[in-house]
Design a binder for this molecule. Structure first.
Ligand code: GDP
Length: 528
């Protein structure tokens, strides 16, 4: 197969959802279609169960699972599909944000009863900012849920999307009869009695067909006709370019658990979803079909095996062909590196691969050379736009609890931060180190890993910080900026990239500071 056809047949995407919306169930059903797994239950949920906070083994176990499910690849109808795992748990939101830099599109799962939930809102906002094409799957139609039109409104308003229904439910919950497929112009009947992977597809030439009345009853048929008329009146027609530009989002209804409406989603997905897209580097736009290999690290995972304390760096291939044992330039370190055992990922296993194509993910064994956002090339000096850091929600001082192990402690902190477990801020005033995290869970993970992987001990101390704001001054030589640095001395720190950060202790003090220093900008993310 030619290089171009290899690129064209790849679809790399993520499924985003609030926990419990049905991401794992949907993933599993997609894999079943691809023949990648034989039975339901094969995909382990990477969910951090409630109460796991105090159970280190549980955390470790869960993290182990998430290595296995980091990338799930399978083939369907000649298309190579790569699903990238995006944890729904809010403590791991950073991980998901970073993974979103490596997907070409996403599927958003929404629970029909709960509607749009908090995590979904946050993640979709990131996708919207980056114009990532999105398809929405409204799940659990077999349950009593919200009215379809209300849900579509909610998706538009809360998520800021422009929806185009591609299918529409016939009834819901107990009365759920099936789905009218606007895309394929047919009706899928839900066999409510067995509720097990049974569906009957009936082609419908037009909505007036008497066959519909026979299939679902006159009353339901009348309602359906009215509703579809409304749908066609209210919503725009599907426009693939608008979808690809992130301006329009197709919506499907279904039930992942019952494997209902999933095939329609998948068939439409492989037809409309983007093949690997060009990516902006700081220097230029890089196209997938360029001859030379380029890629970037979007995730680093520590090895769970205590005998092999190496890490696996996940690289998304942006252009060219990645080859085993070929020397590549690690741009940040300006160093050539060769990889003798790059991993490719399949549904339930990883394997050493000789070559990989744009859109694919390779896992590279690493002993501490990589950090998130690093670029690999065949020699060209380009840097893929960094993965932004967001202001953490929690802040604590980290102290060394074993003076004899300070070297180990600093090495451990350094590497864990490179992996993106948390963010490190060093106070300008006294050099004390502050760890910022999205969730409280990370503090326990860090403490545990420092001890078990680096032989170092740490303690934490509370610190009252509301937000970390990256500081941008119009003029660093101005009196205003100098005064700010002097007056706010106690609250000023540097992040790992040596960027200046203001640790505001309350929303009020942040507001006062903003007012007092109008020529200084305070950003909630490191990318501005
Ligand atoms: P995740 O947290 O988004 O990965 O959600 P899961 O896939 O683990 O699903 C959460 C729960 O919802 C599980 O108990 C699933 O069995 C259930 N579930 C998923 N899809 C459906 C569905 O279509 N209908 C019903 N009734 N339950 C579902």
């Amino acid at each position: 197969m030619s290089f171009t056809s290899e690129i064209n047949r790849r679809r790399t995407f993520g499924i985003i959802a609030h926990p419990d919306a049905g991401k794992t169930t949907l993933t599993e059903k997609l894999l079943l279609f691809g023949g990648a797994i034989q039975e339901a239950g094969a995909v382990k949920s990477n969910k951090i169960k409630k109460g796991a906070t105090s159970d280190f083994m549980e955390i470790e176990r869960q993290r182990g699972i998430s290595v296995a499910t980091s990338v799930l690849a399978f083939e369907y109808e000649g298309i190579k599909i790569n699903i990238l795992d995006t944890p729904g748990h809010k403590d791991f939101a950073e991980d998901t944000f970073r993974t979103l830099t490596a997907v070409d599109s996403v599927i958003v799962v929404v629970d029909v009863a709960k509607g749009v939930e908090e995590q979904t809102e946050k993640l979709v906002e990131v996708c919207r900012m980056r114009n990532i094409p999105m398809i929405v799957f409204i799940n659990k139609l077999d349950r009593e849920g919200k009215d379809a039109f209300d849900l579509l409104d909610e998706v538009e308003q809360k998520l800021g999307l422009t929806v185009v229904p591609m299918s529409f439910p016939i009834g819901m919950g107990y009365d759920f009869k099936g789905i009218y497929n606007l895309w394929e112009k047919n009706i899928n009947l839900f066999s409510g009695s067995s509720r097990k992977n049974i569906e009957e597809t009936v082609e419908i030439s037009d909505l007036e067909s008497k066959k519909i009345d026979e299939l679902i009853g006159e009353k339901a048929a009348k309602t359906l006709r009215e509703e579809i008329e409304l749908v066609e009146g209210i919503y725009p027609e599907f426009d693939r370019d608008a979808y690809l530009e992130g301006k329009q989002q197709p919506v499907f209804f279904g039930s992942a658990l019952n494997n209902f409406g999933v095939r329609e989603l998948l068939d439409c997905f492989i037809e409309i979803a983007p093949k690997p897209r060009p990516k902006q580097s700081e220097e230029r736009l890089v196209k997938p079909d360029e001859k030379n290999f380029t890629g970037f690290v979007f995730k680093i995972h520590a090895n769970m095996d205590p005998n092999h304390r190496d890490r696996l760096a996940f690289v998304k291939i942006v252009s060219g062909i990645f080859e085993r044992n070929k020397p590549y330039l690690h741009v940040r370190n300006n160093k050539k590196m060769k990889f003798s055992s790059p991993n490719a990922f399949f549904a339930e296993k990883k394997e050493i691969v000789d070559i990989s194509y744009p859109g694919d993910i390779v896992g590279l064994h690493d002993t501490g050379n990589f950090k998130i956002g690093d670029t690999l090339t065949e020699g060209e000096n380009i840097n893929y736009r960094g993965v932004p850091s967001f202001s953490p929600e929690h802040f604590r001082y980290i102290n060394n609890a074993d003076p004899l192990k300070s070297k180990q402690l600093y090495k451990g902190i350094d590497q864990l931060m490179d992996e993106g477990v948390a963010q490190l801020f060093t106070l300008e005033l006294n050099g004390r180190k502050v760890i910022g995290t999205v969730g409280a869970l990370q503090y326990e993970v860090i403490q545990y890993r420092l001890e078990h992987e680096y032989g170092a001990k740490c303690t934490y101390e509370n610190l009252n910080v509301h937000k970390a704001c990256w500081v941008e001054a119009n003029d660093v030589k101005s009196e205003e900026f100098k005064e700010f640095l002097r007056v706010k001395q106690r609250y000023i720190a540097k992040d790992k990239q040596d960027q200046l950060v203001f640790l505001a202790d309350s929303p009020f003090s942040l507001q006062m500071t903003q007012q007092k220093y109008p020529n200084i900008k305070f950003h909630y993310t490191s990318e501005f």
